[in-house]
Design a protein around this ligand. Structure first.
Ligand code: DCP
Ligand code: CA
Ligand code: CA
Length: 356
């Protein structure tokens, strides 16, 4: 068996970079995209900040209010999630052209097993090509890590951000990890880092001095074992194509209501989105579920399984309407509602019963 070469691709300041495309003047000024909660429009948090804004200390997860305070000239934009998902889908398609197996792990990152295409000696050429293809296609930059496993590839992609790449060959793994502070090791969150520091361990090389027994005693069998392996650069997990099991959307109503018509309208809008997503991935579904969140935040779900798989928008909407009408007839006041398509499979090209 030849050596494994794994890439991890992560888009640079993804949401904010996508916004810059449409308004290039934002490029040189601090800019952030805010995720605004449906109801409380003033309570947004920063989803993504460009690198100019980061110089002022603006970070993801920070309340937008604080971002404005530390950087008054910042441009804050509302998130357009559906748009980013569409761009993401196109980026993933570009990546899929470069490997047999692609594992998308979030909206802006993926692992690629490229062992069949290249060894470490030529991997840089492939990385440059992938970056070029994404830039030519979408005008977006990304950062890429290459390593003998997912752990090292993932850590490599964040080494030289933005628009950078890092290649860690198998014999370089040990040195790559050794001097890193523990919080840089993948899988070490804030709590674990704090605990390690309490134990006098602040670098990965010091972590390696801890026995497996010690780590599993402190952190439990699974997590402790993983920390032991990760500190040595060991990660045997496979790059695995993930099949989505369901597609769903949930949204607040403008106000709490017991009018079935209003809930239907909202679900129509969400069904359009779910349907588009299914179609874009050539999937069909057999089960439609509607979720209703009541004023006291109780969540209720109603489902219908159809006789055959479908990706027919009218069928999906009609099923959702039935679910709404049945649910609302018992006079529930609904605050949020959602739709989920599950029981998913690749479209076979065969007509469904409804289409005959
Ligand atoms: N995201 C979010 N809320 C967070 C973190 C991220 O909504 N707390 C979204 C917006 C990001 C996207 O996910 O653009 C990807 O997250 P990353 O952590 O990869 O961050 P960025 O891509 O924004 O920046 P970086 O250049 O550091 O990768
Ligand atoms: Ca990113
Ligand atoms: Ca990411």
């Amino acid at each position: 068996m030849g050596e494994r070469v794994i890439l991890h691709v992560d888009m640079d300041y993804f949401f904010a970079q996508v916004e810059e495309l449409e308004n290039p003047s934002l490029k040189d000024t601090p800019t952030a995209v805010c995720m605004v909660s449906d109801r409380l429009s003033s309570m947004g948090t920063v989803a993504s900040a460009n690198y100019v804004a980061r110089k002022y200390g603006v970070k993801s997860g920070m309340p937008c209010f604080n971002a404005k305070k530390i950087c008054p000239q910042i441009t804050l934009l509302p998130a357009r999630k559906r748009h980013y998902e569409q761009v993401s889908g196109r980026v993933m398609e570009i990546l899929a052209c470069h490997c047999k197996i692609l594992e998308q792990v979030s909206v802006d990152e993926a692992y690629l097993n490229v062992s069949e295409k290249t060894g470490f000696d030529n991997v840089e050429k492939l990385i440059v090509q992938i970056k070029k293809d994404i830039f030519d296609g979408e005008r977006l930059t990304c950062s890429i890590g290459a390593g003998p496993n997912k752990l090292i590839a993932k850590m490599g992609s964040s080494e030289k951000k933005p628009d950078g790449h890092t290649i860690v060959k198998p014999h370089e793994v040990e040195e790559f990890l050794a001097s890193k502070p523990v919080e840089k090791l993948f899988g070490v969150g804030e709590k674990t880092a704090a605990k390690l520091k309490e134990m006098g361990v602040d670098t990965v090389s010091k972590m390696r001095a801890l026995s497996r027994e010690r780590l599993t005693t402190v952190f439990g069998e699974a997590r402790g074992g993983r920390l032991y392996d990760f500190s040595r650069g060991i990660d045997d997990s496979a790059v695995r194509e993930r099949q989505k099991e369901q597609y769903g959307r949930l949204k607040s109503l403008r106000k709490t209501t017991n009018d079935a018509g209003e809930v239907r309208l909202l679900l129509d809008e969400l069904t359009d989105e779910v349907h588009q997503k299914l179609k874009s991935e050539s999937m069909s579904c057999r089960t439609i579920s509607a979720t209703f969140i009541l004023d006291d935040l109780t969540t209720m779900t109603r489902s219908k399984t159809l006789p055959t798989h479908t990706s027919d928008l009218a069928v999906m909407k009609e099923t959702a309407h039935k679910l709404v009408d049945e649910f609302m007839s018992s006079n529930n006041a609904v605050r949020r509602a959602g739709i989920t398509a599950s029981n998913i499979r690749k479209e076979t090209g065969q007509k469904s019963l409804f289409e005959f």
